[in-house]
Design a protein around this ligand. Structure first.
Ligand code: PLP
Length: 433
């Protein structure tokens, strides 16, 4: 198989990077471990496209893993960042943009009455469960296999995303006594959740869930799933935490909680609220958030939290989204893309299924339905790798793992989607041979 990056500066950089950084990357999935070959190194990006250090340009369906809703180098965001930078890159003191962004987020997601900014989704989720444990006086948490909540110790139990991509067991370095406090259930499996609560109902501090799963591939919640989690958590005095790091302001104006009409106690955010800069946040009911230091005793802090560049970028992205209201249009385009991939695969007698919500979606090379990570693992990973490279060589960059969702932005116009579908058809014709 001819790979996209076997010669050239990207390969040379990758070889050098591997001597300097584990696996040559700053985050595992970027290393192309699941699909083989060497990753390309990006020189610059604009709109829907990335250009690598060898001058090759690809349509990008990773969009900084969901952070970019306006495309790369969106003028509003660049202007916000450069404007903020000229006024100082970090203060370590409060700034007005934090208040503005907090006000905007609480307006868009009414379940968030107060929030705390952090620097990544990982920080948001690990802080949220600390708060849940403190508020309930309980130690256990319940998560779902194939859901990914960042790399906090408590979450590296049957995790999705890079952990699933690399087929890693639960991570060495996580103390067994801590891992024992993380219960897991299959996604969309209410009976398994009920069974955990029957056994440990008075010890579970919270259920944490991706309300739309994007880290085991793209998997929608079944209609009864999220309402059942709400009911079970309430009945047992546990908190419900929606991890909307990926879905927040990507699947809809008010996130997945608005789409599905289920109100969590706490929500974690990241990606979109930072406009491509490192930002996370956790927030929710006022009585819970007022337990966070310095208002309350639950400690959590950050040197760069509320950074003025990051707050400015997030504000610029959210304001532009509110003005454009692009979610329906983007969902239609994402659906066209995913349906096109599935249909073209089936025309070549390749099994495929997929879905979309707002500006994210995905497909699996297997027959549907895929309801949980355990189903996703039944996909044809070899076919995925060959298809991935066949697309990349033709100028389309999909996420380099079947255990990731794909992301579109307002820069992915109908023309970009049409061009991508032409590439998809050619790539499938090649891999089906
Ligand atoms: N939660 C979810 C749902 C995510 O998708 C991710 C990252 O992809 C995280 C948490 C962790 O966020 P970060 O990579 O910013 O630490």
């Amino acid at each position: 198989m001819t790979l996209f990056t076997q010669t050239d500066r990207s390969s040379a950089l990758f070889a050098r990077a591997r001597t300097l950084m584990p696996g040559g990357v700053s985050s595992p999935v970027r290393a192309f471990g699941k699909v083989g070959g060497a990753p390309f190194f990006v020189a610059h990006a604009r709109g829907a496209h990335l250009t690598d250090v060898d001058g090759r340009t690809v349509s990008d369906y990773v969009m900084s893993w969901g952070a970019l809703m306006l495309g790369h180098a969106a003028p509003e965001i660049v202007a916000a960042i450069t404007g903020a930078a000229a006024r100082g890159t970090s203060y370590g003191a409060p700034c007005e943009a934090e208040v503005e962004l907090a006000a905007l987020i609480t307006r868009l997601m009414p379940s968030i009455e107060m929030l705390r900014f952090v620097n990544s989704g990982t920080e948001a989720t690990l802080s949220a469960i600390r708060l849940a444990r403190a508020a309930t006086g309980r130690d256990m948490i319940l998560k779902f296999s194939g859901n990914y909540h960042g790399h906090g110790d408590s979450f590296l139990v049957q995790a999705g995303s890079g952990v699933a991509t690399l087929g890693l067991p639960d991570s060495p370095g996580v103390p067994a006594c801590l891992a024992a406090l993380t219960l897991t259930a299959p996604y969309n499996d209410v009976a398994a959740v009920s069974a955990h609560f029957d056994a440990h109902g008075d010890r579970i501090a919270c259920i944490i869930v991706e309300p739309v799963c994007g880290n085991a591939g793209f998997i929608l919640p079944e209609p009864a799933f999220l309402p059942a989690l709400r009911e079970i958590a309430t009945r047992h005095g546990a908190l419900l935490v929606f991890d909307e790091v990926m879905t927040g302001f990507r699947v809809a104006r008010g996130g997945a909680q608005a789409t599905f009409g289920v109100t969590p106690d706490l929500t974690t955010l990241g990606k979109v609220i930072g406009g491509g800069l490192p930002v996370g946040a956790y927030g929710g009911r006022r009585d819970l958030m007022e337990r966070v230091a310095p208002a309350g005793p639950v400690y959590q802090a950050g040197t760069l939290s509320g950074n003025p560049l990051a707050m400015g970028a997030g504000l610029a992205q959210l304001r532009a989204l509110l003005e454009a209201e692009p979610w329906k249009t983007l969902e239609a385009r994402t659906r066209t893309l995913v349906d096109g991939i599935v249909t073209a695969a089936q025309e070549h007698d390749l099994p495929a299924c997929g879905g979309a919500l707002g500006a994210m979606g995905g497909w699996f090379f297997r027959t549907g339905p895929v309801r949980r990570y355990e189903d996703a693992r039944g996909g044809d990973d070899d076919l995925f790798g060959r298809f991935f490279h066949a697309c990349l060589r033709r100028g389309v960059y999909f996420p380099p793992s079947p255990y990731e969702a794909l992301f579109v932005s307002v820069a992915h116009t109908d023309d970009v989607i049409d061009e991508t579908l032409a590439v998809v058809r050619a790539a499938l014709a090649e891999v089906a041979r």
